[in-house]
Design a protein around this ligand. Structure first.
Ligand code: FES
Length: 107
């Protein structure tokens, strides 16, 4: 089901925003003209990915460096403390659609 979440112009100003749909906190990101939607909580210890670093279609968690593909949710780099890597699970991503200046997420 497609859910309206915000105006595209709003995303153009902030480039990222957390929305909540049916209890799911979702980080919506505008990166290189593409809109992505990813579960906001890091699968490692639950930090908000909204505070992470965005680059190359990925988000890196600020807490321990876990890096997730914004499109697939795949782990590109595991969480780590120093050189010690920790188990990190794939996360959930959502299909997005922009139509008539409005952003929608499929859920
Ligand atoms: S909580 Fe995200 S890497 Fe640890």
């Amino acid at each position: 089901m497609l859910n309206y979440v915000m105006e595209y112009s709003e995303l153009l100003k902030s480039f990222k925003k957390i929305v909540e749909i049916d209890g799911h906190k979702i980080l919506v990101v505008l990166l290189a003209d593409q809109v992505y939607a990813i579960h906001d909580r890091c699968t490692h210890l639950g930090a908000s990915l909204s505070k992470g670093t965005l680059e190359d279609k990925s988000v890196t968690c600020k807490s321990h460096g876990a890096k997730f593909d914004l499109q697939s949710g795949e782990v590109l780099d595991k969480a780590h403390v120093g050189f010690i890597k920790m188990p990190t699970k794939k996360t959930v991503t959502y299909q997005t659609k922009v139509e008539n200046g409005k952003v929608y997420i499929e859920l």
